[in-house]
Design a protein around this ligand. Structure first.
Ligand code: 5AD
Ligand code: SF4
Length: 492
């Protein structure tokens, strides 16, 4: 998993909704990783076909769904306090004779189950990540007054149903979108709750993914990020019964008309096979960015974390990747203060970071998660030591990120323009290396890929200048269907 985001998704399948009762409004609040963002979108697709449209505010909602994340400490407590706030809104609405249903979805729902319905009586529905396709039926049960708690692991059924949704008439989508190809994890790192909340690793079939990708392209998506907790362990069945790895899947998706950029996240070092590395060499549309968490640079800690590889194996892997894509931006996740981490272990992590040189990274203090082996390990590291180490590590990673960003100054490369910026007349897009790029450009260019010269480096983004050579595919697509624009990142 990678960057966390708290966002709000919207139901927007107007055509379908208008044909039915569209008086009901849903408000979805999404916490956590990109997979939750994807799941929230799929939930809203399912609900749109039941006549739900987007509520502009919590107060306006007939149905509130919290799509929760369990990766951080006190995740459940935060959900309970959010439910406390929502209870007041629900009571206010009730005074005006307007009912409000409340559902808790996501990994906290999976982990807490019945406990949520017990501790927060305002909740009507608790639904785990593998049951979203059953939402209409579950909501029907909840509406008749039954408390519904659904935390079954039936991931194949979920994928089948969500694929049907994806094949339904499409709504316009933003230029960059997520597509889940794999869910769950069998790695059992000793700090991590994912194998317990998302279950065993399951891959979607090749045809389901290709169909969904084609639908996305037809709906205006130009960049797809394939998602999975352990995405490079992907092993999906193809139509001829053979099993494809992620490299082969990417090669197939690179043929989808209109999908000009491909990414994937999050990868485990153990599953980075030759074919996937070769795909980075061969596919122009596969972006030069790789999120490859190592967590620690100490062999002792890697072992205690059950990461199943050594620091040397990680270095060798990075060399192999850089051999084929020298300009790749590497990103990672780090945990400091895992039980038993000594000063030397921490130094080993700092040394690894200095040697690898990351373009960006996420880093965390270890927090014991109940039910994971790490939580009951001896030699838990005191909080103040964790804080000192985290500050030191983050200072190094920030320096590396700044240097990486600064190295783009004066370069010209292709940027996918995704949305309007904060200032009038400004658009925000993404570089091939996943950096935010801000520039002045007309809104009509949203969804196009433009050559941009980087003229200034900011704290969190790059500032660019449009250098012409407009990608005509946006207009062309209206006239003649999708056109593939071959992407080239040319260094100055
Ligand atoms: N404590 C701290 N960080 C954690 N992560 C996962 N579990 C924990 C934990 N118990 C971090 C890892 C993972 C990222 C998504 O969150 O670095 O890669
Ligand atoms: Fe968690 Fe480890 Fe699986 Fe990643 S690989 S989801 S950290 S158990």
């Amino acid at each position: 998993m990678t960057s966390r985001t708290d966002s709000q998704s919207e139901v927007n399948t107007e055509e379908k909704a208008e044909a039915r009762d569209n008086t009901r409004k849903v408000f979805v609040r999404t916490y956590g990783c990109q997979m939750n963002v994807y799941d929230s979108d799929r939930m809203t697709d399912v609900l749109a076909s039941e006549g739900y449209t987007a509520a502009t505010s919590l107060e306006d909602a007939d149905l509130v769904l919290l799509n929760t994340c369990h990766i951080r400490e006190k995740a459940a407590e935060k959900v309970y306090s959010e439910l406390g706030r929502i209870r007041k809104v629900k009571e206010e609405r009730a005074k005006n004779g307007k009912p409000m249903m409340i559902g808790v979805a996501g990994c906290v729902a999976q982990a807490e189950g019945e406990e949520i319905a017990r501790r927060a009586p305002i909740v009507d529905l608790v639904v785990g990540p593998q049951s979203y396709h059953r939402l209409p039926k579950l909501l029907g049960q909840a509406a008749s007054g039954t408390k519904v708690v659904e935390t079954e692991f039936d991931i194949d059924a979920k994928f089948d149903h969500l694929s049907e949704q994806a094949a339904a008439p499409v709504r316009k989508r933003p230029p960059a979108a997520f597509l889940t190809v794999q869910e769950g994890c069998d790695k059992f790192c000793t700090f991590c709750v994912v194998p317990y909340t998302r279950g065993a690793e399951v891959s979607r079939s090749v045809s389901q993914i290709v169909t969904e990708a084609e639908q996305m392209a037809a709906a205006g998506v130009r960049e797809v990020t394939l998602l999975g907790q352990n995405v490079n362990a992907y092993h999906g069945e193809a139509e001829d019964g053979s099993v494809w790895g992620l490299g082969r899947l990417l090669r197939r998706l690179a043929e989808v008309d209109g999908l000009d950029r491909l990414r994937y996240t999050t990868s485990h070092p153990r599953d980075m096979d030759d074919d996937l590395i070769a795909a980075h060499r061969d596919l122009e549309s596969l972006m030069p960015y790789l999120h490859l968490p190592v967590q620690s640079g100490s062999d002792n800690i890697l072992k205690a974390m059950n990461r199943k590889h050594t620091r040397d194996e990680y270095f060798r892997l990075i060399d192999r990747i850089r051999d084929v894509v020298p300009n790749i931006a590497l990103s990672g996740d780090f945990i400091v203060g895992f039980p038993g981490e000594t000063d030397q272990d921490f130094e080993d992590t700092m040394d690894l970071i200095r040697r690898v040189e990351y373009g960006s990274a996420f880093s965390f203090k270890y927090s014991p998660r109940p039910g994971t082996p790490g939580a009951s390990m001896e030699a838990q590291v005191p909080e103040d030591i964790k804080s000192t180490r985290l500050a030191e590590l983050q200072a190094l990673l920030s320096d590396q990120q700044r240097a990486f960003n600064a190295s783009r100054l004066g370069m010209t490369f292709n940027v996918l323009l995704e949305k309007t910026g904060r200032q009038p007349g400004q658009l925000v897009g993404k570089s091939p290396w996943l950096q935010a790029v801000q520039l002045d450009a007309p809104e009509t260019l949203i969804g196009s890929i433009q050559a941009v010269e980087i003229v200034e480096i900011g704290a969190n983004s790059l500032f660019g200048r449009l250098i012409g050579g407009q990608d005509e595919s946006v207009q062309a697509r209206h006239k003649a269907g999708p056109k593939v624009l071959k992407e080239a990142a040319f260094d100055a």
